[in-house]
Write a protein that binds this ligand. Structure first.
Ligand code: PEP
Length: 251
């Protein structure tokens, strides 16, 4: 039985004081005991959030980490070992905003995945198609390529300690959500691709849906057989909305 996970990606949002307010709101939430909950603040605020959420059952992760595991000469980057040192437990890898705006290739994504895992962080591998790719009927092909590149580089065994997030690019930050059936189709394909390599392992890998998830849409999405929770962007900046999404994952 897979334990649901809801992770909030705060993206490049927040100030010291708005983060303090959000921490206050998160501390007040009644969270379901059967759901893992995490937030991923901008790197700058990770320590503030870890301290502010001490004693609350919310993990803290990062939105990105370096291709190299250990600290060193790599200006502007954060080593996964540094994230682990301050108390992060997971990190997003290959978010579409990084693939599309910053040009992160599948190869870079695999290197970041491996570096993060070698430091004990759980990589959350983000995959998903653009609107043009969906309209061209290439959704499953694109997602299979993104996932396959990590499997080819690191072996399917790497997914025993990883999470995959299916995030259609056309649904991120747009208010458009994939229908539960559309999302389930891709999640089932992701699980089948993992199962083709290792059926037992595939049954245990958590697959999250991301793309304009709101409290109103969460329960139906999370009710699909291969959807094990959500990666939540905009809605995670509102503690009450985020709490309602977490509760939907527990229902
Ligand atoms: C995201 O950034 O991972 C995301 C899913 O954003 P949003 O929920 O705002 O679409």
């Amino acid at each position: 039985m897979r334990r649901p996970l809801v992770a909030g990606n705060w993206k490049m949002h927040g100030t010291h004081s708005s983060v303090a307010e959000l921490i206050k709101g998160l501390r007040q939430l009644a969270l379901p005991s059967g759901v893992d909950v995490a937030v991923m603040p901008p790197c700058l605020f990770i320590s503030q959030v870890i301290q502010g959420l001490a004693g609350k059952a919310i993990d803290v992760g990062a939105q990105n980490s370096a291709v190299e595991p250990m600290q060193g000469a790599l200006t502007g980057e954060t080593a996964p070992s540094q994230l682990a040192d301050v108390g992060c437990s997971m990190v997003l890898v290959g978010h579409s905003e990084r693939r599309l705006i910053l040009g992160e290739s599948d190869e870079v994504v695999s290197r970041k995945f491996a570096a993060a895992q070698s430091c004990g962080l759980v990589p959350v591998l983000c995959v998903g198609e653009t609107r043009a790719e969906r309209e061209a009927g290439k959704t499953l092909e694109v997602v299979a390529r993104q996932l396959g590149s990590v499997i080819d580089e690191l072996g399917v065994g790497a997914f025993a300690r990883a999470v995959v997030a299916y995030e259609p690019v056309w649904a991120i930050g747009t208010g458009l959500t994939a229908s539960p059936a559309q999302a389930q189709e891709v999640h089932a394909a992701i699980r089948a691709q993992l199962a083709a390599e290792n059926a037992e392992l595939a049954k245990g890998v958590r697959l999250l849906y991301g793309g304009s998830v709101k409290a109103a849409s969460a329960a139906e999405l999370f009710g699909m057989p291969d959807i094990d929770g959500g990666l939540v962007g905009g809605a995670s900046l509102n503690a009450d909305e985020f709490g309602a999404i977490c509760r939907a994952a527990g229902s």
